[in-house]
Design a protein around this ligand. Structure first.
Ligand code: SAH
Length: 219
């Protein structure tokens, strides 16, 4: 649909990546379709473009990384989105996951603290995303109160603990995925709101860049 006719050399590698994901338990068809229509090679710097469909994290500049595709896939499948949700993403980065989300939810709100990354992501999101994305430069640990509550919150950077504003902005039954732990190693947690209670469940070890902000790590 998108990059196919222009850059057919990436179609094969993208298809193989999808097959690998399916072999590794990603079976949500909407999630697989989102990966199929999103040209990851355009979200990474030209120097690493030839590696865009390897299942690996890659540098995106400003000391940040685009996550491994299978990590995005796991996140997205875990959220069990139906297409009707309002979603908040913290850490737009390249904008790749933002675009994936735009195909899976009704509305996507995404916050990035580094202006240079957000400027680049904005163009790509406009070109390849569905028209349901709002972007903001700022400290995502504060959430985006104007549009809260959110049915799902995805935090793409690792925090020492769950930021209080994000807890408060989670809708009833809403799910938040967030890596919690030390600066170098973390556990991916899923936090679900049930009335006044927040249930937490560990999903496994992960490695993300630090969440820097008022309710994250200091710069
Ligand atoms: N999902 C992104 C991954 C980006 S890496 C992608 O697909 O490319 C995590 C991002 O979180 C980085 O760009 C980093 O700058 C950003 N980040 C870290 N702390 C943040 C904060 N407090 N608010 C918003 N963004 C933050």
């Amino acid at each position: 649909m998108v990059a196919g006719p222009v850059e057919p050399q990436f179609n094969g590698p993208r298809r193989r990546l999808l097959e690998t994901m399916q072999a590794n338990g990603i079976n949500d068809l909407a999630v697989l379709r989102a990966f199929d229509v999103t040209p990851r090679h355009l979200f990474v710097p030209t120097g690493v473009r030839h590696r865009a469909y390897e299942d690996a994290p890659l540098p995106i500049g400003n000391g940040q990384t685009i996550s491994q595709p299978s990590v995005h896939a796991r996140y997205l499948q875990e959220l069990k989105l139906t297409g009707r949700e309002k979603v908040l993403e913290i850490g737009t980065g390249s904008g790749y996951q933002t675009v994936l989300l735009s195909h899976l939810a009704a509305q996507v709100f995404s916050i990035e603290r580094i202006g240079a990354l957000l400027d680049r992501a904005r163009d790509l999101v406009q070109q390849y995303g569905a028209r349901n994305v709002s972007l903001l430069q700022g400290d995502g640990t504060l959430g985006w109160r104007e549009f809260a509550p959110f049915d799902a919150i995805l935090v793409s950077a690792a925090a020492p603990r769950v930021p209080t504003p994000l807890e408060q902005q989670l809708a009833e039954g809403g799910r938040m995925l967030i890596p919690i732990g030390e600066r170098a190693d973390q556990t991916l947690m899923i936090v679900t709101r049930r009335g006044p209670e927040l249930q937490q469940r560990a999903l496994g070890p992960v490695r993300f860049v630090p969440l820097v902000g008022a309710y994250g790590w200091q710069d």
